[in-house]
Ligand binder design. Structure first.
Ligand code: UDX
Length: 444
C-alpha cells in the first residue's frame, strides 16, 4: 500500500517513518524545500528519540521518500494523511488554513479513489470542510473521482512518539464508509498485535476524542497542582496525597504529578481550542476554563516561592536554571514554564544562568542574550544564590550536593528528597510538599 503524508512536522514525520517501518511505501511531502532536502540527507527538523534511526533506515531501503511535489507523488496512493500545522489563532481557535489548502491541492491532483485522513488536531467539523474543499476542486476539474474523508487523531507524546506510534494504547479512526474503514484497517493491522485495539467511530466523535483526551489529561494536572498549593498552606505533603489517592484504581497513579504547570504544543493549545468550540456552540466549558487559569498561575509558582524567600527583593540575586524544555526528552520550548519563570526573574532584576542538555539552541531563539548560557549543570550554578529545577532531565536527578553548599534549591518537579537536603544543611522548596516550618508548626 502506498501512503502520502503531507506535512513533515512532528506528527507527519513520525507517522510517515513508523508506517514505512512496518512495510508501507510512504512519501512525505512538504512545501518547505530545505526541509525536504535535509530529510533526504538524514537531517531531521526535530529531536525525537529513535526517529532519526528509522527515517534513515527506511529511506535507505526505499520505503520512505520525500518530495515537495504532491501532484507528482499522489498517483497510486491509497491514503493521504494531512499532518500540517494548526496553529492557534489569537482567539484560541485552531487555524485551519493550511489543512484546507492541502485538501484543495489533493482535490486538484488525485487520480484515483483516495482516503483523505486528517491527522492534525482539528476541531469537530473540520472533516466536513476538508470534504467541501476536495469536492469543489474535483468539480473544477470536471471529474467524478471517488474519495472518502476520515479522521485519525494521534496521541503521541514528545520524547516517546516512536514507541507510542509503534505500540499504541489504541488507534482511533473516524470513518463514514465501509470502503475507507477497510483501507485503514489494513494499514494499521501491523500495529494491532497483542490485543491493541483500533476503535472505529463516526468522524465527529473521532475529532472530539482527541480534544477530550488532552483536556482530561490537562485537567488531572491542574487538579493536582491546585491540591498541591493547598497542601503547602495546610502542611500536607502532596506526594503522599498523590500516592494515597492514586491507589484507588478509579483515579490511578499516572499523570497526577504536581509541577510548574503543563506546557508543550498540545495541552495549552487544545484546551483553549475546546473552550473556544464550546463558546461557538453557546456552551461554556467551566472546568476547562479553570484548568487553563490554574495552569497559567502554576507557571509562576516557583517565582512566588522565590519572592517569598527573598522577601520580594531579587535585585542582584543570581539564579541557576536547570532545564528549559517543556519536559524531558525534547528540545521543544513551546509554552515552556521555564520562559515564564525566567522572564519574571529578569523583570525583578535577577541574574539568570541556564543549562539544558538538549534545548539550548531552541531556547536561544526566544531568550537571546538576556541570560547567561552555561556549558553544564554545575557551570549554571557557579556563584549563584539559588537554583531552580525546571525540567526533570535524568542528568539533574542526583546532583553532587557537596558542590551546592549555600545554594537554595527550588525544585519545580519534586525530584529531590527535601528532608535529606535539610539534613545536609541545604534550604530547599518543593511543590506542595509544605515548607519545613509549616510541618513543624502543624506537628506541635
Ligand atoms: C501530550 C499528550 O500526552 C499526548 O497524548 C498528545 O498527543 C499530545 O500532548 P506531550 O505534550 O508530548 O503529549 O507531553 P506530556 O508528556 O503529556 O506532558 C505535557 C505536560 O504536562 C508537560 O509540561 C509535563 O511536564 C506536564 N505534566 C505531565 C505534569 O505536570 N504532570 C504530570 O503528571 C504529567
Amino acid at each position: 500500500m502506498k501512503v502520502i503524508v503531507i506535512g513533515t512536522g512532528y506528527v507527519g514525520l513520525v507517522t510517515g517513518a513508523c508506517l514505512a517501518e512496518v512495510g508501507t511505501e510512504v512519501v512525505c511531502v512538504d512545501v518547505n524545500e530545505t526541509k525536504i532536502r535535509n530529510l533526504e540527507r538524514g537531517i531531521l527538523p526535530i529531536y525525537e528519540p529513535g526517529l532519526e534511526e528509522i527515517v534513515t533506515r527506511n529511506a535507505a531501503n526505499g520505503r520512505l521518500s520525500f518530495s515537495t511535489d504532491l501532484a507528482a507523488v499522489i498517483p497510486g496512493a491509497a491514503v493521504a494523511f494531512i499532518a500540517v500545522g494548526t496553529p492557534p489563532g489569537e482567539d484560541g481557535s485552531a487555524d485551519l488554513q493550511y489543512v484546507l489548502q492541502v485538501a484543495k491541492e489533493i482535490g486538484q491532483s488525485m487520480t484515483d479513489y483516495l482516503v483523505v485522513v486528517t491527522k492534525s488536531t482539528v476541531p469537530v467539523g473540520t472533516a466536513v470542510k476538508v470534504n467541501r474543499e476536495i469536492k469543489q476542486a474535483l468539480q473544477h476539474r470536471d471529474t467524478l473521482l471517488d474519495y472518502d474523508v476520515a479522521s485519525n487523531p494521534e496521541f503521541l507524546k514528545e520524547g516517546a512518539a516512536v514507541q507510542d506510534f509503534l505500540k499504541p494504547d489504541r488507534i482511533v479512526v473516524g470513518v463514514n464508509s465501509d470502503r475507507s474503514k477497510e483501507v485503514l484497517e489494513q494499514l494499521y493491522r501491523p500495529f494491532l498485535l497483542n490485543g491493541r485495539p483500533i476503535i472505529f467511530m463516526d468522524i465527529a466523535s473521532a475529532e472530539m476524542t482527541k480534544y477530550a483526551a488532552n483536556a482530561m489529561l490537562a485537567t488531572k494536572i491542574s487538579f493536582i497542582n491546585d491540591i498541591a498549593n493547598l497542601c503547602d498552606l495546610v502542611g500536607a505533603d502532596v506526594n503522599m496525597v498523590r500516592k494515597g489517592i492514586g491507589s484507588d484504581a478509579r483515579i490511578g497513579t499516572s499523570f497526577i504529578y504536581p509541577g510548574i504547570g503543563y506546557g508543550g504544543s498540545c495541552f495549552p493549545k487544545d484546551v483553549k481550542a475546546l473552550v473556544k468550540t464550546g463558546k461557538e456552540y453557546g456552551h461554556t466549558l467551566r472546568i476547562l476554563e479553570a484548568v487553563e487559569a490554574v495552569n497559567n498561575d502554576q507557571k509562576l509558582v516557583l517565582f512566588d516561592k522565590i519572592m517569598h524567600h527573598y522577601e520580594g527583593e531579587l535585585n542582584g540575586v543570581t539564579f541557576g536554571i536547570w532545564g528549559l524544555s517543556f519536559k524531558p526528552g525534547t528540545d521543544d520550548m513551546r509554552e515552556a514554564a521555564s520562559l515564564v519563570l525566567i522572564n519574571a526573574l529578569l523583570e525583578a532584576g535577577a541574574v539568570v544562568r541556564v543549562f539544558d542538555p538538549v534545548a539550548m539552541e531552541e531556547a536561544k531563539k526566544t531568550l537571546g542574550d538576556t541570560v547567561v548560557w552555561c556549558e553544564d549543570m554545575y557551570h549554571a550554578v557557579e556563584g549563584v544564590d539559588a537554583v531552580a529545577l525546571v525540567t526533570e532531565w535524568n542528568d539533574f536527578r542526583l546532583p553532587d550536593w557537596s558542590r551546592m553548599k549555600g545554594i537554595v534549591v527550588f525544585d519545580g518537579r519534586n525530584i529531590y528528597d527535601l528532608p535529606y537536603l535539610k539534613k545536609k544543611g541545604i534550604v530547599a522548596y518543593g511543590i506542595g510538599t509544605a515548607q519545613p516550618s509549616t510541618i513543624e508548626f502543624i506537628s506541635k
